[in-house]
Design a protein around this ligand. Structure first.
Ligand code: F6P
Length: 324
């Protein structure tokens, strides 16, 4: 390849900039011109393209968000939109793409390949860690640490006032953020979509906590949990235990920001190099990921369709430690 394009798409995640930097510099290393596409697929449709040299990505490795900006493009979901995108690609002589994003972004890239023949490699960038084919997605570790720091702070005030807190964390349909931060912050209970908890299970946790003499508790709830959402859970808890002082915190988009952790920077750097080298080796329509510390390429359809299982051992750990 002589010209490769790179874009970030979907929800941003900390470490996307580190991945961008790695893609740009690896291209330069192999004498490939690298083009940054702004605003995700919208940038392809509207021709927002800038050539990026190795110096243009300086001071980026530690920066949150995405310098290229991101979008969830509606127009790219249409055949017409993808046709326009292909015209821009052709106009600039771009031969392949590196797509940094989540499953929606990969679905779009796959369609562009099928309809317009534009080869690509994906890099998993999302805080949710919900992509098959990699142990971790870029941004997940940073989000975990952001959430843990926030919950630690809530714990201070929860303890001071003997309160029960329901804390909603992100993750879309997945409970990885909730489960891991729940364990890390000593939550009394963790509610995730992958587990079929009932309100009675939650009440049992409260009964048990009362017996053990606990005076305050934190319940971490994944946003995708099916039990009814933090506000309803708080309401039902108050009805059952009128003596409880119940509060709700929805952490929201704070979870998507901030300087990436070392783990995310290293992961993003490795996957950026792997994606460009993968394209040079003639790979297409795969995602560069990391499994057991090794770089692996997973066919994009698998990355989109298959799901990472929740580790039952983690659920056991949470249960054993919180019921004492
Ligand atoms: O996929 C990342 C994520 O932050 C999810 O955890 C959340 O459900 C969603 O994006 C929020 O999307 P938006 O920023 O478009 O509101």
């Amino acid at each position: 390849y002589k010209k490769i394009g790179v874009l970030t798409s979907g929800g941003d995640s900390p470490g996307m900039n580190a991945a961008l930097r790695a893609v740009v510099r690896t291209c330069n290393y192999y004498d490939i011109n690298c083009y940054g596409i702004r605003m995700g697929y919208d940038g392809l449709i509207n021709d927002h393209i800038v050539e990026l040299g190795p110096r243009s990505v300086k001071n980026l490795i530690n920066k949150g968000g995405t310098e290229l900006k991101s979008a969830r493009s509606e127009e790219f979901r249409t055949v017409e939109g993808r046709k326009k995108a292909a015209e821009t690609i052709k106009k600039h002589g771009i031969e392949a793409l590196v797509v940094i994003g989540g499953d929606g972004s990969f679905t779009g890239a796959m369609k562009l390949y099928e309809e317009q023949g534009v080869p690509f490699i994906g890099i998993p960038g999302t805080i949710d860690n919900d992509i098959f084919g990699t142990d971790y997605t870029v941004g997940y570790d940073t989000a975990l640490n952001t959430v843990a720091e926030a919950i630690d702070k809530i714990r201070d005030t929860a303890t001071s006032h003997n309160r029960v807190f329901f804390i909603e964390v992100m993750g879309r349909d997945a409970g990885f953020i909730a489960l891991n931060t729940g364990i890390a912050t000593g939550a009394l209970d963790i509610l995730i979509p992958e587990e079929k908890d009932s309100i009675e299970d939650l009440f049992q946790s409260f009964d048990n906590a009362k017996k053990k003499g606990k005076t305050s508790s934190i319940i971490v709830v994944a946003e995708g949990d099916k039990l009814g959402g933090v506000y309803d859970l708080a309401k039902f808890t108050k009805m059952k235990y009128p003596e409880f002082d119940v509060r709700v915190t929805v952490l929201g988009h704070i979870q998507r920001g901030g300087s990436p952790t070392v783990a995310d920077r290293v992961l993003a750097s490795r996957l950026g190099v792997a994606a460009v080298e993968g394209l040079i080796d003639g790979r297409c329509c795969v995602m560069a990921g990391m499994q057991s510390s090794k770089i692996v390429f997973t066919p994009i359809e698998e990355a989109i369709k298959k799901h990472n299982e929740i580790d039952k051992e983690l659920i056991k750990v949470s249960n054993i430690l919180s019921m004492q």
